[in-house]
Design a protein around this ligand. Structure first.
Ligand code: ZN
Length: 509
């Protein structure tokens, strides 16, 4: 028995080795194919980034559409414009078969506004190729360098070079390469280009019902935002929502002299401070009743979160804080809970110099980052009840004199609405298949983020369309997103092309 088992094991090992070798060879082929087309992709990217794309400049956006339309049509997409009350959206489709699943890829064509004076180049819309010099500064190099060996660490600087024109180029190149290799796509593709993502996505959000059939898909993949700081392939399964409100507390009807009335007239800043202090303990945990209801940090969830290769000590040192709050045990766990953040406090007197007064009112502006378990409306209601429980009369307007005279503690509570969070189950089939496909292609599993901290404007679309969505962020984290000197690392373009190829050839049925 023992003897006969060894050959079987060796055979098994040999098969594994052959499979691994084939896998490696396939990976090398893909990498070589990408390297071959990369100079062409980068030249097109340069052309594309040279087109100004601020959402407020309709002519500019239309020129960008024209450019992409030509490229998409060359890749056999059918392209149509979806009119809205503001700017039109562009929808491109390529159908493989009726049986295949359809993925709606969401990308945006607009970029953040620019102030050219703050850039280290003449014009944010004249892209510049740069490399890190020996002093650690980014210095311009000739575009002709793209004709030789390309260093993946080189970067292209320009507005929208990363956000979000790089992913558009990655998609176009991935389709081009798959067609060239006569590889059949595994999914039907729909690409929606949002002309106003940086300005609130009104065109897209206001047409969800009107173009429901056009937007219909089995899954949605959002290609926007930066990958994990390790720059490993990243999948993000959700992001937090946001609810904002303000609370105002009141002192005397008019500001009063702090000498004449100190010790006599109550100061609304202290009233507000006591109220705010009642909302959170010293460890950062919110004390509002039911604030964390429904959130379960099971061992399975903890295990998923611990796979993210964060260095919590590095994060803390980077932020220069002595200790993190203790809402979760680490950064990823902290993001699974709703936050309560005072972002700004405003009182009547502002400006240089002394003014010794007791102010008449003070307002705290607060935001609550929401998670999948917490509805914005309910969360705001819980906070309002908490304020009432502290003995305050809660109004949605300024108090009258009578109300001031007959109530010691008054709060004006104003909400500015909310956007709920979204989260797709990491163990849902789309998540599992994506992870498996990326692991196979890249040799290591992707970084899987359960919930990212920020809020993207298109969450209402995900929730309204009811399509399971995953964010696939592909650009470098240090791309100066929304800031002067926005840039894309060339290595991220190559990796992103491979990510797109992996997604497009994934078998979803
Ligand atoms: Zn973006």
């Amino acid at each position: 028995m023992t003897k006969s088992r060894f050959p079987a094991i060796s055979l098994f090992c040999a098969c594994m080795l052959i499979a691994a070798t084939f896998q490696l060879a396939a990976q090398k082929n893909v990498d070589a194919a990408i390297a071959e087309v990369l100079p062409g992709t980068l030249k097109k990217h340069r052309e594309f980034v040279s087109l100004p794309n601020i959402a407020s400049d309709k002519e500019g956006i239309l020129k960008n559409y024209e450019w992409v339309k030509k490229e998409l049509e060359q890749q056999k997409f059918s392209v149509k414009m979806l009119e809205s009350s503001t700017l039109p959206l562009m929808l491109a489709e390529r159908t493989v078969s009726k049986k295949a699943k359809t993925i709606l890829f969401y990308l945006h064509i607009d970029g953040q506004p620019v102030n050219a004076a703050n850039w280290d180049q003449e014009d944010p819309f004249t892209p510049v190729l740069k490399q890190l010099d020996s002093q650690g500064n980014w210095s311009a190099i000739d575009w002709k360098n793209l004709d030789g060996a390309i260093d993946p660490e080189w970067r292209i600087f320009g507005r929208a070079a990363a956000d979000d024109k790089a992913p558009i180029m990655m998609m176009l190149t991935a389709v081009e390469l798959l067609d060239k290799a006569k590889t059949k796509l595994g999914v039907n593709i729909k690409i929606i280009l949002d002309p106003q993502e940086e300005a609130g996505s009104e065109a897209f959000l206001s047409t969800l019902d009107q173009y429901k059939a056009d937007y219909a898909a089995d899954y949605m993949i959002i290609m926007d935002g930066p990958a994990h700081p390790t720059n490993e392939p990243t999948l993000t399964f959700g992001c937090r929502g946001n609810a904002t409100y303000s609370i105002t507390t009141y002192g005397p009807k008019l500001p009063q002299h702090s000498g004449h009335y100190g010790n006599y007239v109550p100061n609304p800043i202290f009233t507000l401070s006591h109220l705010l202090a009642s909302m959170k303990d010293q460890n950062g945990k919110v004390l509002v009743d039911g604030y964390y209801d429904g959130i379960e940090m099971t061992p399975a969830v903890k295990a998923l979160l611990s796979q993210v290769p964060d260095d919590n000590d590095d994060i803390r040192k980077g932020l220069v804080i002595h200790e993190a709050e203790k809402v979760g045990n680490n950064y990823q766990e902290a993001l699974q809970y709703p936050s309560l953040n005072v972002r700004h406090i405003d009182t009547s007197w502002k400006g240089p110099g002394l003014k010794t007064i007791i102010p008449e009112q003070v307002t705290a502006y607060i935001d609550v980052r929401l998670v999948a378990e917490t509805d914005g409306g309910e969360q705001l209601e819980k906070i309002k009840k908490h304020i009432e429980k502290q003995g305050f009369l809660v109004l949605d307007r300024a108090p009258t004199d009578d109300e001031r005279l007959s109530n010691q503690k008054i709060v004006t509570f104003k909400t500015n609405g909310f956007v709920n969070a979204f989260r797709t189950d990491m163990e849902a089939p789309i998540g599992q298949k994506l992870r498996a496909a990326i692991t196979k292609e890249f040799g290591t599993p992707p970084v899987s983020i359960r919930t990212m901290g920020g809020t993207v404007p298109i969450i209402p679309a995900i929730n309204t369309l009811g399509i399971p969505a995953i964010i696939v962020p592909m650009v470098n984290m240090d791309n100066n997103q929304h800031n002067p000197n926005e840039n894309i690392r060339i290595g991220n373009i190559s990796q992103g092309i491979k990510m797109c190829m992996t997604i497009l050839t994934m078998e979803l049925n």
